[in-house]
Design a protein around this ligand. Structure first.
Ligand code: GRG
Length: 309
């Protein structure tokens, strides 16, 4: 039995508006994130956590989680706690990534970075607070109708995606590769499959796990997400070259300045664009068995390579 809603009830291709869909979903996610963190004593840490979590951002990961849950027969309600958790994890990784000990950035999501406003000590703790809350939130807020073993699977999947086998591992290799102009394509792929694709994959796959999707479907979802994850990073590298700080909301031209090996530095801009396009096509092919219900996830995949920020 597959759930329907006003965006996926056997829509004609032409009636689906991705921009309306994204806008509505972003609003739902922001409301849920806002309610997830009330400001209580000690106020400074809750304010620091809220500062970055509610600073804007495309909300791609939570929207992917909700869309996958709906496509595989679930509802927004059962996926929202997990959707909030992936955005909390993503935000904490941005806060820590921007620290002087890592990328040392002053701007993120068009605003001063967390440590610039709250200091490095509180910024580290704000990241830690968001990370801990993410897991607590999935465990305590996922509606009781979802069997607890699925919730456990979600928690395990998220843990793997952000630990040494995921984001943390990708970040370490990225730091090790800094200033090395001979970084291979294999190493670059390792970095981004872990730093970027792992959390996107967990966001998608957890949406399916919550509905009890078959292992075959979970594997399809995983391949879809890995492909869009790599395409997402290729586009990120392209935008770092082609867009301005105002457009990106963060420092532009950083990769070139840091003499970082990127996809455009290995392949050039045109080939990078066509590789991203190929990955998106491969991603969408994985969703064929889901028919019309896959329309939002397919449209999000295309948005990932057409975005300009
Ligand atoms: C997860 C425990 C733990 C530690 C973090 C710092 C770190 C380890 C990892 C770095 C991860 C990182 C910053 C990856 C980059 C991913 C990426 C492409 C970010 C930009 O995402 P967008 O474009 O940003 O979705 P918005 O602001 O729209 O959400």
């Amino acid at each position: 039995m597959v759930a329907t809603n006003k965006f996926n009830k056997s829509p004609e291709a032409s009636t689906f508006s991705l921009s309306a869909y994204l806008k509505e979903r972003q609003k739902l996610c922001v409301t849920a994130l806002d309610q997830a963190i009330p400001v209580i004593y000690p106020e400074r840490i809750y304010e620091a956590m809220r500062y970055s979590l509610l600073a804007g951002g495309k909300r791609v990961r939570p929207i992917l989680c909700l869309a996958t849950c709906e496509m595989t027969g679930g509802t927004i309600d059962i996926a929202m706690p997990t959707a909030c958790a992936v955005e909390m994890i993503h935000t904490m990784s941005l806060i820590h990534d921007d620290l002087p000990a890592m990328d040392n950035d002053d701007y993120r999501r068009g605003k001063l970075t967390n440590h610039k406003v709250y200091g490095e000590d509180v910024a580290i703790l704000a990241g830690d607070g968001l990370l801990a809350l993410a897991f607590e939130f999935v465990a305590t807020q996922t509606p009781q109708q979802v069997p607890r073993e699925r919730v456990l699977q979600v928690i395990a999947r998220l843990g793997r995606a952000l630990g040494a086998a995921g984001l943390v591992g990708g970040q370490v290799v990225d730091l090790e590769s800094e200033g090395k102009s001979d970084t291979s394509l294999e190493t670059l792929n390792f970095i981004h499959n872990h730093k970027t694709a792992a959390l996107l994959e967990a966001s998608v796959v957890c949406g399916g796990i919550l509905t009890g999707a078959s292992s075959q479907d979970v594997q399809r979802l995983s391949r879809y997400a890995q492909n869009i994850g790599l395409a997402f990073q290729i586009v990120d590298d392209i935008l770092d070259i082609t867009e301005t700080q105002e457009q990106l909301g963060k420092t532009a031209g950083k990769d070139l300045k840091a003499q970082k090996v990127t996809y455009p530095s290995l392949w050039g801009l045109d080939e990078s664009r066509s590789k991203a396009q190929e990955l998106i096509e491969a991603a969408c092919a994985e969703l064929e068995p889901f028919g019309e219900l896959a329309q939002p996830l397919k449209a999000i995949a295309h948005y990932i390579i057409s975005r300009n920020h």
